[in-house]
Design a protein. Structure first.
Length: 324
């Protein structure tokens, strides 16, 4: 990219918008155009991160780093300049396209009995849950036609990962969950890989903004785990989409707020989930976060616990046992 193209990219992505999309919040105003907040680039306990939206620049008085939105993307995502440019291009143009794709998938869900039956088999039955998580279904073979009808060019669909290089829908026979800047697809077919994301990062903790002020947060591995807990009334739940948190997810849990995190990972027979939970709880405690591990019955995750006759009262007992 030449200098003109770089300047245009920075003008199209206001620094404050990008920061707030990655969970940064201003704490106090210095002047009409300048704000201070906690630094998202290091473990900050007093506001030291200055942004000037008019100039589209930042500087941290704590860690000494500063620059424009490109420099922030480099440091925050721990990537080099070309990868930061690619991430910013993706962030700028992907959101409306993913919104249309997710809306299309949502309309398909109740048109396909096999998708509804799968959700019921996994214990996801409440209509308000389906609406809350915006769950959809990708039957395959029809998304490309719909999006090109709306005016999206085929190269854009390929770049987003929605369409394969050969022109076919990437997601086929998958339950689809919209994420922040991505889509997660869970296959119905035992012959296909069970989990699939679009290219790019999986983002932060699932629906973090809805729970970040809760004094107690339940952290689970998978979206189906999240679903059954939310359906059972535990609305202080979030999901990491795996048992290894990325840097953004870990920063979200260690944002300086007083909270207890209940690490509720899978009770795998080989012990991998329990080991990951123990390791994460230790890291959180090192950062001053009160962390407890929930002990599920062996071989169970939260989804199977509720799908196989577990209920809210029994899970509440597990939470109380973890506090002891």
């Amino acid at each position: 990219m030449n200098r003109k193209e770089l300047d245009e990219l920075k003008q199209q992505i206001p620094l404050r918008d990008y920061l707030e999309a990655h969970d940064w919040r201003p704490v106090r105003r210095l002047t009409r155009d300048r704000w201070m907040g906690l630094c998202p680039l290091h473990d900050d306990h007093q506001p030291s991160f200055l942004i000037d939206p008019r100039k589209n620049l930042f500087y941290c008085y704590g860690c000494g780093r500063g620059g424009d939105v490109i420099r922030f993307a480099e440091i925050y995502h721990q990537v080099r300049f070309p990868q930061a440019i690619a991430l910013l291009h993706q962030w700028r143009g992907l959101e409306p396209l993913l919104h249309e794709a997710a809306s299309f998938y949502r309309r398909q869900l109740h048109r396909h009995a096999e998708a509804v039956a799968y959700l019921q088999h996994r214990g996801l039955r409440a209509p308000e849950l389906i609406e809350h998580m915006r769950i959809g279904y990708a039957p395959g073979g029809c998304l490309r036609g719909w999006l090109t009808h709306l005016g999206y060019p085929l190269p854009a669909l390929r770049q987003a990962g929605l369409v394969s290089a050969t022109g076919y829908d990437t997601y086929r026979h998958r339950i689809v969950f919209p994420l922040d800047g991505n889509l997660y697809g869970r296959t119905l077919s035992p012959a296909a890989p069970p989990h699939r994301f679009l290219p790019g990062t999986k983002g932060g903790l699932y629906l973090w903004e809805q729970v970040r002020q809760c004094p107690e947060v339940i952290l689970v591995e998978g979206l189906f785990d999240y679903a059954v807990l939310w359906q059972a009334g535990f609305h202080n739940v979030t999901c990491a989409m795996g048992n290894h948190l990325n840097a953004q997810q870990f920063r979200q849990l260690c944002d300086g707020r007083a909270r207890t995190v209940y690490v509720t990972f899978d009770a795998d027979i080989n012990g991998s989930g329990q080991q990951a939970a123990q390791w994460l709880a230790g890291r959180l405690r090192e950062q001053g976060v009160n962390a407890c591990r929930i002990s599920l019955p062996e071989g169970h995750d939260p989804n199977s616990f509720f799908a196989q006759s577990g209920d809210a009262r029994q899970f509440q007992c597990l939470l109380e046992e973890a506090r002891l």
